[in-house]
Design a protein around this ligand. Sequence first.
Ligand SMILES: *Cc1c(COP(=O)(O)O)cnc(C)c1O
Length: 369
Amino acid sequence: MNKIPLFDLKRQHQLLKVQILKSWGKILDVSSFTNGEETKEFEQKYAKICDTKYALGVHSGTDSLIIALKAANLKSGDEVITTPCTFTATSDAIIHVGAKPVFADVQPNTGNIDPKEITKKITPKTKAILLVHLYGVPCDMNEIMYIAKKNRILVIEDASHGHGSLYNNKRVGSFGLAGCFSLYPSKTLGALGNAGIIISNNKKFIRMARMYADHGVESVETKYDHLVSGFNKLIDNIQSATLLHKLPNLELIIKRKLEIAERYNEAFQKNGKSGMIWPKNTVPSIYVYSYQTKNRKKDTELFEKLGISTGIYYPTPLHLQPSMDFLNYKKGDFPSAERFFNQTLSLPIFAELTNEEVEKIVNAISKIR
Ligand SMILES: *Cc1c(COP(=O)(O)O)cnc(C)c1O
């Protein structure tokens, strides 16, 4: 009996192999690797999906954050309020531009940053909120945008978990100054290697972001005029071409993952338990299906015995990571975040899961005691 994996990219890639290889062949014929037609088309199409004016393809999700923070003019002495419940790249990006991450505790049901906790952390040095839509479940954007406006601070969204997630019918990533997305292979929209994208409605911001991503250069015609000290972080045409083949399937993938998540939720409910939680005014594009359990070890063993893989996203909240020692946080500082990550457990979810596999997982959920 084959164990059901958490993710299996091979299933998706088998179906796209011929068309992807064909477009790579075209790139080899032209042999131009950045700033190409494929990249322009991908940026335009992604911006259109998100209903923003602009998009900029970059080398990774981590780079999308660093470039966005640079282009927003964040620097040494600035404070950025962020969540401890995320992947390390979120707060690392803040550190890489010389600013200081200031963590705020999360909502106990979603693990998303709690607007009330944001308010408590605002100081005269606060320049931005860098929020994360954890697992693809949108943050409380009405509250957060209100707080940001009132206090004149920027909002930047790390939407790496939520390609296409909707909050009040509006795409996540399109609320603040910028939305940053990882296009790492395992993400809901993934390249075949590293890639990321930044979306925005602000022309000045996107112009700065493009410069920071391309050695401070404004356009190909003036490629030896360096207006700021930039990086070499543009997306590769090869990845853009690949992503163009995946983009048409994004809506279907989101729909299928949501359908599977609802099936799991139903099974949890029947078993008198609660599955994954998202607010009523949202339609999440689910990255991973995670639920809260007080018996994580026992549940993991049960799924293991029944041939089902599980995962933990993520084992440690960021304020307790050795890399953040210099910020002097300690255990107990963010009780909701600590509890949330101690109790989180993820089940397999990807669009190519068969109905049989889904029912096998549903059956296992009914056996949780
Ligand atoms: C994956 C991820 C990133 C980093 O993206 P890379 O493409 O791996 O650099 C950043 N933030 C979050 C929340 C992520 O999940």
